[in-house]
Design a protein around this ligand. Structure first.
Ligand code: SAH
Length: 258
């Protein structure tokens, strides 16, 4: 694809571009990401980056960094070391991560490792699943009628257990809208903690799996019925879970009709 006229950065050998690929739909890549894909010697990508996007770098070697929730954190060090090694070989390294690299994507850790190793980098933000993925389900993360803040939460900590360190009492009071990434494994526990903290059982919730992809599915339910309804619908990760009255806006904004 030809990029429109602009002073696009040249991908220098020995550099790493730490780049977001967006939530899935290839049309949600940024032009900087597309520019990186067209020049990279090697693309080190996550499991969530689909084949349609990777096909935009036919000249590049593809390395699957395949990290999904639940793997030991030692693997993260391996990925960072691999990025440093490839850069030192003089490669143009595109590190391509689902969504935005700095949103629950450990991009900060990889960037710090590159910095410590003296490897030059560019950071390319992406559309995060918790915003863009919900938009494809017809859910605005903020709406003037509903909320003046949003809280983004990860349902896993580094050990892939529920974040016991999270203060669910505080979270439940923090915002009218909560957006949970990686929440499926522990959804019963998370919903229970929020109910115990006073969020109403009838509060609307949406679960969006494979957001922005042709396989996207949306389940509308309530906090009280969440765990049972996810099981009944047979929904599996990756999923974004949105809790709050913005979910009701789907009635008008569900442009895809999923
Ligand atoms: N950096 C990514 C998030 C990585 S964590 C971002 O900004 O979007 C991985 C989690 O993101 C998944 O477990 C899921 O909760 C969410 N996610 C990513 N892509 C998704 C998609 N297409 N549909 C639903 N959830 C998605």
């Amino acid at each position: 694809m030809k990029l429109p006229a602009h002073h696009w950065p040249e991908f220098q050998p020995g550099w790493v571009w730490l780049c977001g690929a967006g939530p899935g739909d290839a049309g949600l890549l940024t032009l900087h990401a597309l520019n990186g894909l067209s020049q990279a010697d090697v693309v080190v990508h996550d499991a969530l980056v689909g084949p349609e996007i990777l096909a935009m770098a036919p000249q590049a070697e593809l390395i699957h960094a395949g990290k999904r929730g639940g793997k030991p954190s030692a693997k993260q060090t391996d990925i960072s070391l691999k990025l440093v090694e490839l850069a030192r070989e003089g490669k143009r390294v595109l590190r391509l991560k689902g969504g935005d690299p700095f949103v629950f994507g450990r991009g900060g850790e990889e960037g710090a490792a590159l910095k410590a190793a003296g490897v030059p980098m560019r950071i390319i933000p992406g559309i995060s699943a918790g915003i863009g993925g919900l938009a494809y389900a017809g859910i605005p993360v903020t709406h003037r009628d509903v909320n003046q803040s949003v809280t983004f939460i990860t349902g896993h900590d580094q050990t892939a257990e529920t974040p016991q360190t999270l203060d669910w009492q505080a979270i439940s009071k923090a915002s009218e809208v909560l957006v949970i990434y990686m929440g499926m494994k522990h959804i019963g526990q998370i919903a229970g903690a929020l109910l115990a903290a006073g969020r109403p059982a009838g509060e609307p919730v949406a679960v969006v799996t494979d957001a922005t992809l042709p396989s996207q599915r949306v389940l509308e339910t309530t906090l009280g019925a969440l765990e049972a309804d996810i099981a009944a619908a047979g929904m599996t990760p990756p999923a974004i879970i949105c809790i709050g009255r913005v979910v009701e806006k789907r009635a008008v904004l569900n442009w895809l009709g999923t």
